[in-house]
Write a protein that binds this ligand. Structure first.
Ligand code: MN
Length: 246
């Protein structure tokens, strides 16, 4: 006991019918964390006073995918093509992210999780790629979730590229209609789609902060070795961070 890191995964809310409603994460997050040797812990949207307990309990955090982000958090009005957002989830995750980083915990933002990260550090979002981006490619893929559908170019000398042994590009899946707009000052892009959309972000100094726009958890759960490697690397980072803070 004690060697596997506990990794918190932020949950959204799903309503199945009038009688069934509750915290939701896609099971691929849990599957890929178990595969990587971590123990996942699903974190429901929490009141402020519970956030510190989440930070203490977990050795690292995945900020998961989900709905749009309420644009009030980056001082923009909702555009005509915004989809449903959940203000309470956004507020709760922004607090959790800031406290987790302050406590030195590794964080991995995925899809919406990358967007909330950019917003937390002061950046903005594109609210709807098809109508607000010049000549976008298809970012809501028409093939199963675990399959890749568009390429990304990794930024040379980025931490992400180094993590992947200097790779210059890879194919990823894509299930988003929002994207990073103005990048926060303390973050830098680590990957771009062919249409210029930001597909990965990393912190300029803190190597415990990484985010991707695609869904590596579904590719990993579907058997993709590169994405499984990404999860093992994150798990290892959580183990290291735990050792250093004890
Ligand atoms: Mn994409």
């Amino acid at each position: 006991m004690g060697k596997k890191p506990i990794i918190g995964v932020t949950a959204g809310i799903i309503k199945k019918n009038d009688f069934v409603e509750g915290p939701y994460t896609h099971q691929d997050y849990e599957k890929s964390l178990f595969l990587a040797g971590a123990v996942p812990l699903i974190l429901p949207i929490a009141p402020d006073e519970a956030i510190g307990y989440y930070v203490d309990l977990c050795d690292g955090f995945i900020f998961s995918g989900g709905d749009d982000i309420d644009p009030r958090f980056y001082d923009a009005p909702p555009s005509l093509n915004i989809e449903p957002f959940h203000t309470e989830r956004d507020a709760s995750e922004l607090k959790l992210l800031k406290q987790a980083i302050k406590a030195g915990k590794p964080v991995f933002g995925i899809c919406r999780g990358m967007q909330i990260m950019n917003v937390a550090f002061g950046g903005t979002l594109i609210q709807d790629l098809p109508t607000e981006w010049k000549r976008p490619l298809q970012h809501v893929q028409k093939v199963p979730r675990m399959k890749s559908s568009h390429s990304v170019r990794l930024v040379k000398d980025s931490r992400l590229s180094a993590l992947l042994n200097g790779r210059e590009s890879l194919y990823v899946n894509s299930l988003h209609h929002q994207a990073v707009g103005q990048i926060a000052d303390t973050l830098r892009p680590a990957a771009f789609a062919p249409d210029g959309v930001v597909e990965a972000l990393e912190h300029i100094e803190n190597d415990r902060i990484l985010a991707v726009q695609w869904h590596p958890e579904s590719m990993a759960a579907g058997g993709d070795p590169l994405m499984q490697y990404l999860f093992r690397q994150f798990t290892e980072k959580c183990v290291q961070a735990k050792k250093e803070t004890v």
